[in-house]
Ligand binder design. Structure first.
Ligand SMILES: [Zn+2]
Length: 138
């Protein structure tokens, strides 16, 4: 277990966290143009719709590493025990420039390179919360 701060689902994000708890990564998808957006906002950045009615839609969880950083100093309470850890900036397979940042669970010495294939994995900081992360895919 950990003393990390936990996500606090609200009515808007609840479907995302419920899917994650079931081991499924979802991304907000615009009802008008069907493009994905991270994070969802009041206006769709792709088609400009002011009523995008975003729906959290399951995605493959596969993507490619666009960049990464090794975190060696925590600026938030609760993460010290995890140091050092790697954050990866992943372009998801579903859509060009659809990017999601998450932890890489392979550790700070993982053989990372630009374009490395990754797949979603889940951390379980508490019994009912699953946080999407990534791991290297072969
Ligand atoms: Zn749209």
């Amino acid at each position: 277990m950990t003393n990390r701060p936990l996500p606090q689902p609200d009515p808007q994000s609840a479907p995302y966290w419920a899917a994650a708890a079931g081991g499924v990564l979802t991304v907000a998808r615009c009802a008008r143009c069907e493009r994905y957006t991270v994070p969802p906002d009041v206006v769709c950045p792709h088609c400009g719709s002011g009523t995008p009615n975003f729906t959290f839609t399951p995605v493959s969880g596969r993507g490619a590493v666009r960049s990464w950083t090794v975190v060696r100093q925590s600026f938030l309470p609760g993460f010290d025990a995890d140091l050092p850890y790697v954050l990866v900036d992943v372009e998801l397979a579903e859509q060009s420039e659809l990017r999601l940042i998450g932890r890489l669970l392979d550790g700070p010495d993982a053989p990372l390179r630009l374009g490395a294939p990754v797949r979603v994995a889940f951390e379980h900081p508490s019994a009912d919360i699953a946080v999407p992360a990534f791991e290297l895919a072969s």
